[in-house]
Write a protein that binds this ligand. Structure first.
Ligand SMILES: C[S@@+](CC[C@H](N)C(=O)[O-])C[C@H]1O[C@@H](n2cnc3c(N)ncnc32)[C@H](O)[C@@H]1O
Length: 325
């Protein structure tokens, strides 16, 4: 599991850009951007260098944490996966590329695609200070159109972009991304019922094309959850003082809710259960909601089964774990 915290080079590059940037101005801009997102709009409201910086300050730590957790889940299931080339679709400030560089030391070649010029510029400026990303390529314009022109990459990542597209464009982009993924595709979306629904649709579309699910699900069958139940995960990360200032937040951490899907061209070597909610640690037993290859189950681990109980005490929401079934 890689750290959910921005790597020191990225943090330093962001801090340098934030020198002299008024927190009040950043707060107002990030508020405007969040309001546009909540109203169903996309990153079209990010129009200036200051907007891009406000977006990065407000959202990059959290989306980085979600991508880091998702890529870690893939690396855990496919420990031999050593991608050399990456396509970061809807890269924005380059968040997923930075996380992928941390998750896979094998990566050498990074291509970022995005339609937003000010976010692209910021991504390139931040990448200049990176040992790994300094030579990255940035393809401006519509990602689906640009993808059609590029070579396959070992790993394709799309973080928080699918929800910005119309439904028919989501399907088209999914198909193109899969076509360009030599070994794996990872898609991350906000942990909301709508984000979950988009991930489910993409999962169905691409498993029909032969994709295997490496994580979070231990199978390619239909999702066994029955509405109103749904699936998402949560990553806790520390809030910087600047982040607290612009968000008007009191607590020194935030919890990013997200949902992801890691697809591979070859079946994963193991099929482990996934913890779908925070386990309940009771006096007599631990109960945990698990997604197993045979469906969803409420696992009960009694305290008298000492070894199993000790191991279940370490289970966290989102973990891949060995279950009895
Ligand atoms: C919410 S941001 C996420 C950025 C980044 N991946 C992250 O996780 O921080 C969504 C990004 O998708 C980009 N985007 C949306 N539609 C696009 C399209 N059709 N082609 C290329 N980029 C697109 C936006 O410009 C924006 O940078």
């Amino acid at each position: 599991m890689i750290s959910p915290i921005l790597p020191p080079e990225l943090k330093a590059a962001l801090d340098a850009k934030l020198q002299g940037f008024s927190r009040t101005d950043a707060a107002q801009r990030s508020q405007k951007i969040s309001t546009a997102y909540r109203a169903g709009g996309g990153s079209g409201t990010i129009k200036s260098e200051a907007d891009a910086l406000a977006y990065a300050l407000a959202r990059m730590p959290a989306t980085y944490a979600a991508v880091a957790a998702s890529l870690s889940a893939l690396a855990e299931i496919a420990p031999d996966f050593a991608p050399e080339t990456l396509l970061d679709v809807g890269a924005g400030p380059g968040t997923a590329s930075w996380a992928a560089a941390e998750a896979f030391s094998s990566l050498q070649d990074f291509t970022l695609l995005d339609a937003n010029t000010v976010l692209s510029r910021l991504a390139l400026e931040l990448a200049r200070d990176s040992t790994r990303l300094a030579d990255c390529r940035y393809l401006p314009g519509d990602a689906a159109a640009n993808l059609a022109e590029v070579s396959q990459a070992d790993l394709v990542v799309a973080s928080y972009i699918v929800g910005e597209l119309a439904e028919s464009d989501q399907r088209k982009l999914a198909e193109t991304m899969w076509a360009k993924a030599r070994h794996a595709l990872v898609v991350i979306e906000p942990g909301t019922p709508a984000g979950y629904a988009r991930i489910l649709a993409l999962r169905q579309q691409l498993t029909e094309l032969g994709a295997f699910v490496a994580a979070p699900c231990p199978h390619e069958k239909s999702c066994p959850l029955v509405a109103p139940d749904w699936c998402h995960f949560s990553q806790r990360l520390p809030r910087s003082q600047a982040h607290r200032q612009i968000k008007g937040a009191e607590v020194p951490f935030e919890d990013e809710r997200f949902i992801y899907l890691a697809l591979t061209r070859t079946p994963p070597a193991s099929r482990v259960a996934r913890v779908l909610a925070p386990p309940d640690i009771g006096k007599a037993e631990i109960t945990a909601k698990l997604c197993t290859k045979d469906g969803v189950e409420l696992a009960r681990v009694p305290r008298r089964d000492k070894a199993a109980y000790a191991s279940a005490r370490r289970w966290r929401w989102g973990d891949a774990v060995m279950s009895e079934s």
